[in-house]
Design a protein around this ligand. Structure first.
Ligand code: HEM
Length: 495
């Protein structure tokens, strides 16, 4: 081949690539969505995962476009997504038009990455069947049964913290992450673990491999989700083999042990095994399906709840008068129940709930909610049409921190969540657990374990700032859930 032919071919190839990129980056303009100018190869995601958390990029667009249109667009590499800003449209998407928006479009691969095929990612009828099977596991009645197991684990946390108290520097996020790891390991995998005793326990290590700073989980998830079909064809995986084998192995062994020894426990695994027993053949959950749900309970349950409790404590040390008020409420209600921490007692703690809600508003652990329309969707009251298959983002972090919804959003003020004040706001201004039929199935459990941890901690210790406590929280850009970049170091004194 002569040099001239090579040169001509290169020009054609580069021309085609340029044309393809240009075509992809014209998509939002052609569909009428406002957007920032994309730059190849990251689109609008320059710095995501390194300098910025994706929610900070969504927030930039949210502030810019919110008052101009009910939705705006963004490019993630070459893929587009649509971010909703109008609260009525969000309500329509999550609730009324659920028949169009029942999927999330997240990457999963039953065949090559079996632990990714769980309730969070399943679609259409597979999701409906699984949600129906799992819903009975998360009722208030089931929470009451599991309450005592969580309480026992919390007593262990208190004992361990007593040994550390009166030291000026306790990194509280790690203490709480060890607590929720123990809880979920116990309830979802049937294991009596002591991550609190051994911060390097396998479960805690797996937690760090998934959510830790170097995991790149968030970027991999977005990437595989944006190029789902290609990723499946190339047999790409979201989870490292090591993580996958660890969780599948534990569930397989525990199920075999329980079946052989006819052991019953009041936990998630038991309830999933009951689904396995009672149904017709096609309804029976396979070991991989059970392992995937348990794995999801682990990833959905431990980080979210420990972050919630950490953010509450962080806010309470900045506001000692609120710490005092919530502690008084806890003491009064515990005294009423014969000096015992009871399920009914924690349900009665209204001010504690307000404190938790206000923390969830400022720092929602799941800071964006995702849906994928199964057909073209015309946004009510506008000419915009969201094309079938687009990734649609509900930016709950931006909504929760929008001064039009919450004046002075950086101020921690639990009174915003009094019954009277809640009624004054649009229902879509508070979405820590999502909404509609695809909301968080585990919200009761998440709140219960958060409350148990806080009640036990506040009954036993006084928390205050130290010179190392951050005065302002930076968001960790590399972690999928909302997490603080700074260690949350507090002074802990035994009462
Ligand atoms: C404070 C703690 C928690 C927070 C803030 C939280 C938040 C969320 C959010 C925002 C969603 C998406 C909802 C939507 O798309 O509308 C979600 C989904 C989900 N969460 Fe949670 N969560 C928490 C605790 C838990 C726990 C403890 C479990 C299980 C043990 C759990 C299991 C799930 C599952 C299975 C889904 C997917 C539901 C479905 O697609 O049908 N979550 N969570």
């Amino acid at each position: 081949m002569t040099l001239a032919v090579v040169f001509a071919l290169s020009i054609v190839v580069f021309g085609l690539i340029y044309f393809y990129i240009h075509k992809r980056y014209s998509f939002l303009e052609e569909h009428g969505f406002l957007h920032e100018k994309p730059r190849f190869p990251f689109g609008n995601m320059h710095g995501a995962g390194k300098k910025f958390h994706p929610i900070q990029i969504f927030q930039r667009g949210y502030k810019k476009f919110k008052n101009q249109a009910p939705a705006f667009g963004q490019y993630f590499f070459l893929a587009h997504n649509i971010v909703l800003t109008d609260l009525d449209v969000i309500k329509d998407v999550m609730i009324k038009s659920f028949d169009v928006f029942h999927n999330r479009g997240l990457f999963h691969s039953k065949e090559h990455d079996p632990l990714t095929a769980h309730l969070l990612t399943l679609e259409d009828q597979d999701w409906r069947n699984m949600r129906m099977k799992l819903s009975p596991t998360f009722t208030s009645g089931k929470m009451k049964v599991m309450f005592h197991t969580v309480l026992d684990v919390s007593k262990y946390m208190i004992k361990t913290l007593e040994a550390k108290s009166n030291l000026d520097t306790v990194e509280i996020k790690e203490v709480l992450a060890q607590f929720t790891t123990d809880v979920i390991g116990n309830i979802a995998f049937g294991l009596e673990m002591k991550a609190i005793d051994n911060p390097d326990s396998n479960f805690r290590l797996m937690g760090r491999k998934i959510f830790g700073r170097n995991s790149n989980f968030l970027i991999r998830l977005f990437f595989l989700t944006s190029f789902r079909d290609l990723a499946k064809n190339l047999r790409l995986k979201l989870l490292p083999n090591e993580v996958s084998e660890f969780f599948r192995g534990i569930v397989r062994e525990t199920v075999e042990y329980r079946t052989q020894n006819k052991i019953e426990r009041n936990d998630f695994l038991d309830l999933l095994l009951k689904v396995k027993e009672g149904q017709s053949d096609e309804d029976i959950l396979t070991i991989d399906q059970i392992a995937a749900q348990c794995f999801l309970f682990f990833i959905a349950g431990f980080e979210t709840s420990s972050s919630t409790a950490t953010f509450v404590l962080y806010n309470l040390v900045q506001h000692p008068e609120i710490q005092e008020k919530v502690k008084n409420e806890i003491e009064t209600i515990v005294a009423k129940y014969d000096n015992k921490v009871t399920y009914d007692g924690i349900v009665e703690m209204k001010y504690l709930q307000m404190v938790i809600d206000e923390s969830l508003r400022m720092f929602p652990p799941v800071p964006q909610i995702i849906r994928k329309p199964s057909r073209d969707y015309k946004i009510p009251g506008s000419d915009l049409v969201i094309p079938k298959g687009s990734l649609v983002i509900i930016p709950n972090y931006s909504i929760h921190n929008d001064p039009e919804n919450y004046p002075e959003p950086d101020k921690f003020d639990p009174e915003r969540f009094s019954e009277e004040n809640k009624l004054k706001r649009h229902p879509m201004t508070f979405l820590p657990f999502g909404d509609g039929p695809r909301n968080c199935i585990g919200f009761r459990f998440g709140l219960m374990q958060t409350k148990i941890a806080l009640v036990q901690l506040l009954l036993n210790f006084k928390f205050s700032t130290t010179p190392q406590t951050p005065t302002h929280l930076e968001i960790d850009p590399s972690i999928a859930t909302l997490s603080s970049l700074n260690d949350i170091v507090l002074k802990v004194e035994k009462i």
